[in-house]
Design a protein around this ligand. Sequence first.
Ligand code: COA
Length: 574
Amino acid sequence: MAALGLCRVGSHVLARCQPALCGSQCSLLSGQAAGGHRRGAQSFPVIPGDILPIYRHVYEANTRNSDSCRHRFLELQEKVKTGGGEKAVVRHTQRNKKLLVRERLKRLLDDETFLELSPFAGLGLPYGDVPSAGCLTGIGKICGIWCMFIATDATVKGGTAYPISVKKQLRAQEIAIQNRLPAVYLVDSGGAFLPLQSQLFPDKEHGGKVFYNEAMMSALRIPQVAVVCGSCTAGGAYIPTMAEEAIIVDRIGTIFLAGPPLVKAATGEDVSPEDLGGARLHSRVSGCVDHFASTESDAYSYARMIVSTLNYDPEPGDRAQFEDPVYSTEELAGLAPRDYRHTLDVKLILGRLLDGSKLLEFKADYGTTLVTGFASVEGNLVGIVANNGALTHDAALKGSHFVQICNQRDIPLLFLQNTTSLDLLPPNVSKAEELTNRLKAQASMIAAVACATVPKITVVIGGCHGGESFAMCGRSYEPNFLFLWPNARIGLVDVTRLSWSDQKEEGWTDQTEFKTQLNRMKEESSAFYSSARLWDDGVILPEDTRQVLGKCLRIISQQKYERNANRRSPLLRM
Ligand code: COA
């Protein structure tokens, strides 16, 4: 590094620093610096967070709505826990003598406090229910290192890949790349779900992209380990074969392009799975895997030992000290807006998410429909960008300014999104001028958000509608993580604003048809509909948000402790 060089974390240039201070020990990044920020943040002002009696009816209406959303959340959580159902569980555990995917994770990870991603993906799709998209993904610690795991669930149609399974795996790899997380694949898959092969094979974001990503991740020096703990047929065969290091479980793991039934059909030959592609063959003859494990438990121990050889530093232990919010997180259910008209001051929500309920507001009296400022979540400094009404001209300019400041200072951004759709037709000329000016300012903010290289996290706490959702770091703006509250509504148009009387004026004649359309749009706007299609990284309960954010910020910060990430070449398996 030059005498006064740029300190780089992942693809982000962090700051100019002295060479003596740089590398993984850079003092700009160390626990000491974090401690310094914490001391400063402790003197930030406390947000006045009492909910005034005048707003009681809004609070109560929101609470009723949150209760029913939470009910649906818990129902779905229960549904996905059983994977492919009881019959498949019996087949998996008793006939095939394999561990269930969550048991596997218990053996692989340090503890059960992992961050699961998109557990509701795959529910209610046109081709049916695919619980958890047939594959669990998430981030957990192995030997103190945050790692992405991608674990197929063979109780869901033999672990075969549906289009949504591929999408989920690709998103997990994208998160691993963006946050520079080592990845561990637990593979137990019959390859492509054949009836849907046309939606799985040919296109850019289809199955082949998983293996493309494996090569690119290796070239980016993102280590990948695979455990073959079941069948790896056809496409599934490439996952361990492309990983940097692979383990196979005796009499459980197999790798082949075509299984024994296909061999029989093609050649008439009877061959056992073991002889065709079992653990002994691949560890002694083909060299497709690097480690032979006698049992599943041994295989996960191997995976843990391999992670300990990655030469990563676990996150420092001193990060655990921080203040709790002054106000109860349980009250967030009454603040989660059932619709735009039931939105209270977003600072009431911030007061229940931030350390000590403290916020150093930026431009507090300007563009007040957007709240911006510095705060900490579980000891991590963040820049807050939170909707507090329409994204007006002033609010959008303030947003652009603040996002650029955070980018300059390498402070991760936290967007709390609650947007609504605009009236498309302005009522008069002066309104048209105002809307055009607003459009220009929003375009600046969209550009600032798109180009910010600091980590970004978005939580949709209410509406996600129209162009304002782009400026608030919607999915296309590549936030490192995007979560929804169960009350969130996602759609180009805010359906809660559509009424029969307005539509009648615009020429609709059939009220029944209008109601049918409206109900369909309402269902399509729900958080669960979105999450089933992987438009987000999961639905989280308001009261869990603080912990989820704390975890994400710690996961993101792991890249600070990592070595030079410039692309070189992938590791080529021999
Ligand atoms: N496409 C669609 N469905 C498949 C499938 C595939 N490739 N492979 C398995 N399934 C379905 C089975 O029909 C069965 O469905 P059901 O529960 O509705 O009866 C379910 O997945 C479980 O399969 P089963 O064979 O009963 O379980 P198993 O544990 O004994 O074996 C596999 C699982 C994956 C090892 C085995 O089914 C297999 O080898 N499948 C063929 C894999 C293949 O040739 N893939 C090529 C893809 S290009």
